[in-house]
Design a protein around this ligand. Structure first.
Ligand SMILES: *[C@@H]1O[C@H](CO)[C@@H](O)[C@H](O)[C@H]1NC(C)=O
Ligand SMILES: *[C@@H]1O[C@H](CO)[C@@H](O)[C@H](O)[C@H]1NC(C)=O
Ligand SMILES: *[C@@H]1O[C@H](CO)[C@@H](O)[C@H](O)[C@H]1NC(C)=O
Ligand SMILES: *[C@@H]1O[C@H](CO)[C@@H](O)[C@H](O)[C@H]1NC(C)=O
Ligand SMILES: *[C@@H]1O[C@H](CO)[C@@H](O)[C@H](O)[C@H]1NC(C)=O
Ligand SMILES: *[C@@H]1O[C@H](CO)[C@@H](O)[C@H](O)[C@H]1NC(C)=O
Ligand SMILES: *[C@@H]1O[C@H](CO)[C@@H](O)[C@H](O)[C@H]1NC(C)=O
Ligand SMILES: *[C@@H]1O[C@H](CO)[C@@H](O)[C@H](O)[C@H]1NC(C)=O
Length: 451
């Protein structure tokens, strides 16, 4: 109590002094409260006029505080909750200190352009309305703070001027919101959200965004990465150490700026498309620790890491055995399920010391392809449903449910055009729901197409 009274007396005295000298900053009381809350031995904040304090900038006419730049000064203590009333503030930079407690809301500071609170010990953020009204905000860094888990708030969409948003290693959870990224943040060039606990898929409405640097590594993100092909400005993509699945999508040759592409440590499957390996802008590619299949891709660039995948051979661009190609075409129709890419290693589907799941051989010939009980979801079981329906037609007397085999009448193409040899499965959902047969590399294979 005594302290408070003394504090107030001091405040009045300072007001008085400031008035006498005509120097009063209207933000003085807020700044004095901040000074008292920070342990700022390293700051020389003693002058009665805060506009003369180290690391502060003021508007020369209004004397309002426009800049607080006290990064990397070994300051500890906490911030005060009324900083949101510094109505002319454009830069707030306290990065690299030892600050704790709450990152107070700065909602409503429509002049604020830069917010750097990264590399501190903050444990709380006023998350829900944190970005409300911050329409000038361009650069944000919240990295490396031990915050209590928080989600990206919808108020972020107020920050339409965003250029760089970095919130890595600061306890974000939940999903990356499906904002209309392109329309909401037309100037966003860097989005870094790595090392959090984010999960779910990449938002589909990343499509068309201007983001160049996308850093989302080391958390629990999953699903397809195909939306990347609709982000033409991308230069650096870091998606490593997540749970992404599906294939490396077809990239347009118009993606001329992609340099770094790291998807190491995911569950990507399928064949690496030549539209990707052919991108001439690539300088660093890391595809290691996935389940990629087909031939080892061949890149022109030097900084390529491909280790630990399911490629058929180690030599770049060496073609796979025709039986491998045929089988990959079949599972390609199902989106290259992980169950096959985990099991189908090497270049010999009939290697007796390395059984390929779902495949039965006689000698070097594949005689049965059986996708039963593969734990495949949705679309696969639906296709088996169709197969059963076909059986009801009675055209294929020896056809067993959930099994495609080579016994029985090979002449199944009555109402189905047979694919050309070597093209098995490579195409055409025209053949939806039909059973076709073909001879691949001297080996007889029959498969099912789904619709
Ligand atoms: C602190 O700032 C005042 C002016 O506000 C200056 O006169 C003084 O020399 C400074 N002291 C140090 C140690 O920097
Ligand atoms: C931050 O605080 C901790 C413990 O209070 C101390 O060990 C550390 O040196 C401080 N770091 C800086 C940069 O002041
Ligand atoms: C993550 O942030 C914590 C502080 O919350 C820090 O100690 C740690 O070094 C950071 N990790 C990385 C990889 O930067
Ligand atoms: C985006 O940047 C351009 C050019 O710097 C600027 O004119 C425009 O106002 C910015 N748009 C937004 C929404 O900030
Ligand atoms: C983007 O990747 C290139 C390497 O291909 C690297 O030189 C550059 O520093 C990266 N830029 C950023 C901002 O990470
Ligand atoms: C890709 O990420 C992995 C795993 O974090 C890392 O070891 C590797 O150095 C990165 N590669 C490139 C080219 O950045
Ligand atoms: C068959 O599989 C074994 C065990 O994976 C492997 O050592 C061997 O090289 C394979 N043989 C051929 C011909 O691929
Ligand atoms: C494998 O298929 C070829 C061509 O159809 C046939 O000549 C050969 O006898 C088959 N081998 C076995 C072990 O079934």
């Amino acid at each position: 109590m005594k302290m408070m009274i003394m504090g107030r007396m001091l405040l009045c005295l300072l007001c008085f002094v400031a008035l006498v000298y005509g120097q009063a900053s209207p933000d003085m009381s807020i700044m004095i409260a901040l000074r008292d809350s920070l342990k700022s031995e390293n700051l020389n904040w003693s002058d009665p006029n805060p506009c003369l304090w180290t690391g502060l900038g003021c508007n020369t006419i209004s004397q309002q505080v426009t800049r607080i730049q006290i990064g990397n000064r070994g300051i500890s203590g906490a911030l005060t909750s009324d900083l949101r009333y510094l109505s002319s503030l454009t830069v707030f930079d306290v990065m690299g200190n030892n600050l704790t407690g709450k990152i107070p809301s700065l909602a409503g500071l429509k002049s604020l352009e830069k917010l750097f609170v990264n590399d501190n010990g903050f444990t709380l953020i006023d998350s829900e309305d944190f970005f409300t009204g911050l329409s000038s905000l361009q650069f944000v860094n919240l990295d490396n703070n031990p915050l209590r888990p928080w989600a990206i708030p919808s108020s972020l969409t107020d920050a339409t001027s965003l250029a760089v948003f970095s919130a890595s290693n600061c306890s974000l959870f939940g999903t990356i919101p499906d904002f209309h990224w392109r329309l909401r943040f037309p100037n966003l060039t860097a989005l870094a959200l790595s090392g959090n606990s984010l999960e779910g898929e990449l938002p589909r409405r990343f499509a068309g965004s201007s983001v160049q640097i996308l850093t989302l590594n080391s958390q629990k993100l999953s699903g397809s990465i195909s939306v990347l092909t609709q982000m033409p400005a991308l230069t650096n993509v870091s998606l490593q150490e997540n749970r992404f699945s599906g294939t490396i999508p077809d990239f347009s040759p118009l993606m001329t700026s992609l340099k770094l592409f790291n998807v190491s440590g995911n569950r990507l499957t399928g064949i690496v498309p030549s539209s990707f390996t052919g991108l001439t802008s690539l300088s660093h590619v890391d595809l290691s620790n996935n389940l990629l299949q087909g031939p080892t891709p061949s890149f022109k660039a030097k900084g390529i890491t491909l280790g630990l995948n399911s490629f058929c051979l180690d030599v770049p661009a060496a073609p796979c055995d025709p039986r491998v190609n045929a089988l990959l075409s079949i599972v390609g129709e199902f989106g290259y399920p992980v169950i096959f890419s985990e099991s189908w290693k090497g270049n010999d589907p009939c290697n007796s010391s390395n059984m390929w799941v779902g495949i039965t051989c006689t000698g070097a010939n594949i005689t049965v392809i059986n996708f039963e009980d593969m734990g495949l979801t949705g679309i696969i079981s639906e296709s088996f449903g169709r197969l059963k329906a076909l059986k009801v037609e009675g055209r294929y007397p020896n056809f067993k449910p959930n099994v495609v085999d080579s016994s029985g009448d090979p002449d199944v193409g009555n109402h189905v055009p047979r694919p050309a040899p070597g093209s098995l499965g490579s195409s055409s959902r025209k053949n939806a729901g039909k059973i076709v047969a073909s001879v691949i590399g001297g080996h007889f294979i029959r498969t099912a197409y789904m619709g």
